[in-house]
Design a protein around this ligand. Structure first.
Ligand SMILES: *[C@@H]1O[C@H](CO)[C@@H](O)[C@H](O)[C@H]1NC(C)=O
Ligand SMILES: *[C@@H]1O[C@H](CO)[C@@H](O)[C@H](O)[C@H]1NC(C)=O
Ligand SMILES: *[C@@H]1O[C@H](CO)[C@@H](O)[C@H](O)[C@H]1NC(C)=O
Length: 427
């Protein structure tokens, strides 16, 4: 070791060094002072915003969990450029970005990836695959995609990435219905008395992290002004999905000013649509939904509602708290025939093998009729509005599973994550 060879600073050099340190310190203090007092600074944009999220704005002091090496590795990997830039160097000007969020069902993902390969117009856009956890088999499928630009992102704070500590399980955590005082364990039970389960909370965390990251974080999408379509690892996408969605998003402002989004599938996941010669406006569905940045800003402002509602399902949280808080009915516009099918529930229940489903040898048993192969929405159609549909709404207390303050905090930090890093970036 060369530790005894450390050169000693000569007096003059020491003085010069100290004055540089002093000047730097003064500069930093002055900068902080200016940023805090200048009313035009972009930081203040968030604190004077009329939204409640300003309540937990904390001037860059993010309180995210301490990352392990793997988490840091994933965060860096998220900065890699999309794949297939050689094949598809340019995105179409008015493209609708597609975000596919996945966990670990490779057999399903393969079906979805194959269905996307048949989608007319897919080569015009960017597909982002957002992973909850890191699984080689899942990566292989995504790496095999050659029909459009593809970018993978990995939730760096996924419970699946933290084997020994929060957001994963730590040895001192309470389990099930443990009494924190008697057991000397950590955690807050939900409204039904149950403690957090990392596997269960990971879905809502992933969704919220992904939304924040796609809209406000990623270089590729944070300035995207059009719509973004969100699909899941068990959504079969019809060949006409992209073209239909382009028509729907174009028709939306005229035909349905109350519509916040466009959907590929009916909100009733068992329905394939009515087959009418008419558009349909109904409550937001959770299969193939697309909205724009204006709507995202509205959702982001309701971060507290989202993060503190005691239900581990992101979609039920949206229906029961976020949408009702907009103060107006929240409709989505769709065609009369579905362009996406949720196949994950066909017989697959927790604990059962992957085989008990609509999938045989990796091929989904989903019939695509000739009429669903090309765009089949007529711009001249009127709109049928479903009013007062049944379903989760304001007043529902939630299914629980989301009572731990650490989960609330992490969720809130995801909403702050990209709002303090780059002071000059637009909101
Ligand atoms: C701000 O946060 C505090 C503490 O978390 C809470 O008591 C208060 O109600 C919040 N205010 C608003 C306007 O949300
Ligand atoms: C986004 O969609 C909403 C709801 O359809 C609409 O009111 C708004 O004008 C759209 N924003 C942009 C920038 O197109
Ligand atoms: C911050 O945002 C500005 C403009 O919005 C951009 O030019 C700059 O590259 C961004 N800096 C970083 C570090 O992302």
């Amino acid at each position: 070791m060369a530790s005894n060879k450390k050169p000693r600073l000569k007096d003059g050099a020491l003085r010069r060094f100290l004055s540089v340190v002093l000047i730097t310190l003064l500069g930093v203090v002055l900068l902080i002072f200016l940023l805090r007092t200048n009313p035009d600074s972009n930081l203040d944009q968030y604190s004077t915003d009329d939204d409640q999220s300003s309540n937990f704005s904390n001037f860059g002091k993010l309180n995210l969990p301490k990352q392990n090496d793997f988490s840091i590795f994933l965060e860096k990997r998220n900065l890699l450029p999309p794949r297939n830039l050689d094949l598809f160097p340019k995105l179409a000007k008015d493209h609708i970005t597609i975000v596919l969020y996945v966990h670990n069902r490779p057999q399903y993902l393969q079906v979805v990836a194959n269905s996307l390969s048949q989608v007319v117009g897919i080569s015009e856009t960017l597909l982002i695959v957002s992973h909850d956890g890191y699984f080689e088999e899942m990566n292989k499928i995504v790496e095999g995609i050659r029909y459009c630009q593809v970018k993978q992102i990995f939730a760096p704070y996924s419970p699946h990435v933290f084997p020994k500590s929060f957001p994963g399980v730590s040895p001192t955590d309470c389990k099930d219905k443990d009494d924190p005082i008697k057991k000397h364990c950590k955690g807050n039970p939900d409204q039904y008395g149950n403690h957090r389960s990392p596997k269960i909370v990971s879905l809502k965390h992933h969704w919220w992290w992904m939304m924040n990251t796609v809209w406000d974080g990623l270089k590729e999408t944070r300035r995207h002004m059009g719509h973004i379509l969100f699909i899941e690892e068990d959504h079969f996408i019809f060949p006409n999905a992209y073209r239909n969605l382009q028509i729907l998003t174009a028709l939306k402002p005229k035909k349905c000013p109350d519509c916040y989004a466009a959907n590929l599938a009916p909100s009733d996941v068992n329905s394939k649509g009515e087959g009418w010669d008419s558009l349909v406006a109904e409550r937001m569905g959770n299969v193939g939904y697309a909205f724009n940045r204006t709507v995202w800003r509205k959702i982001h402002k309701k971060a507290r509602e989202f993060c503190f509602f005691d239900d581990y399902n992101w979609d039920i949280t949206m229906w029961a708290t976020v949408y009702p808080s907009f103060g107006r009915p929240v409709y989505t516009l769709r065609g009369p025939r579905t362009s996406a099918v949720h196949f994950g529930k066909c017989g697959l229940h927790q604990g059962q093998g992957e085989k008990v489903s609509c999938i045989d040898h990796g091929v989904a048993n989903i019939q695509v009729e000739e009429i669903d192969k090309a765009g089949n929405i007529n711009s001249e159609w009127g709109v049928n509005v479903y009013k007062h549909q049944a379903g989760y709404q304001a007043g529902f207390r939630g299914w629980g599973g989301w009572g731990d303050e650490r989960d609330h905090q992490l969720c809130v930090e995801f909403a702050n994550m990209y709002h303090f890093k780059n002071m000059s970036s637009p909101s």
